[in-house]
Design a protein around this ligand. Structure first.
Ligand SMILES: O=C(O)CCC(=O)C(=O)O
Length: 274
């Protein structure tokens, strides 16, 4: 017999109002579940296994592009519930651009300094239109360093100052006078809830000094009408056809294959994240 408790359906198409909010504000928070519960539980278990096997010298905030050598992750990166959400924003022809587990351990989780993703991806694609799905693996609150955004900041290429890499996930942050923190919005989420953000939006998150771990899985998508710069960035980044067909003459990698060489190139560069 049914318990009578209605569960919101996982993922799926966004409403016109949600799409309008994303377009005008540059972000969207959804308290609906993104994945069916069993699928989310399997992703969390997969993540826990990866975390437990992380080399001791690697910080858990820096599990960047894990899909390059872990094809299992495409189970979730290509999940129809996720792609339906993304399709509402960028249309039916979708490529996976990147992914990243950003896990801030309890007590000493690093800060994500104010940044625009586009600043780190300059020259990689034209036009610069990336939609990131930020899926909460753990509860993500003000206390443990949830994502925060400055709505309607679509500049994308602000000026930056260096920051201490021991305390920050990225090495630079937007110059203080350019960030209007009075307008910041905290995106608190429960596990399996999600937010979306435009790659040009100013965002960041506080350090985690709380007693609760904070992990998000960022899944980043572009329309296949966006031209990826293979010539310059092909050694550094693969993109994958997730749904529909190509329109820009891009090359797409094979999601069933492991690309250890790219993973090694990135590891050697020492650059973590974005
Ligand atoms: O997880 C965070 O706190 C920041 C995530 C982020 O910078 C991103 O998804 O682009």
């Amino acid at each position: 017999m049914s318990s009578g408790v209605m569960q919101a359906p996982a993922g799926g198409k966004l409403s016109a109002k949600q799409v309008e909010q994303y377009r005008s504000e540059g972000y969207l928070k959804s308290t609906d579940p993104l994945l069916p519960q069993a699928s989310f539980d399997a992703l969390k278990a997969h993540f826990e296994h990866k975390l437990a096997n992380l080399p001791p010298d690697q910080r858990p905030e820096s599990m960047d592009v894990p899909h390059f050598n872990d094809p299992k992750l495409f189970t979730w990166l290509f999940a129809p519930q996720v792609l339906d959400v993304v399709e509402s924003i960028i249309g039916p022809d979708i490529a996976l651009f990147s992914s990243h587990f950003i896990c801030k351990p309890k007590g000493n989780g690093k800060k994500v300094p104010w940044h625009e993703d586009s600043y780190y991806w300059k020259g990689m694609m034209e036009p610069m239109e990336v939609c990131t799905v930020w899926l909460a693996i753990d509860p993500s609150t003000k206390e443990n360093g949830c994502m925060k955004v400055i709505p309607r900041t679509f500049h994308g290429y602000s000026d930056y100052d260096p920051v201490d890499p021991e305390k920050n996930v990225f090495p630079t942050e937007i110059k203080k006078h350019m960030v209007d923190e009075a307008r910041q919005v905290y995106l608190e989420l429960q596990p399996n809830q999600y937010s979306l953000h435009d790659g040009r939006l100013m965002h960041g998150s506080d350090p985690n000094t709380s007693s609760i771990r904070r992990t998000g899985y960022t899944m980043r998508y572009i329309s296949t009408r966006v031209k990826f710069n293979h010539e310059k960035f092909g050694q550094w980044q693969n993109i994958y056809l997730a749904r529909g067909k190509d329109h820009a003459g891009n090359k797409y990698a094979d999601p069933t294959k492991s690309y250890d060489e790219i993973a090694r190139t990135r590891e050697k560069s020492g650059r973590k994240g974005h």
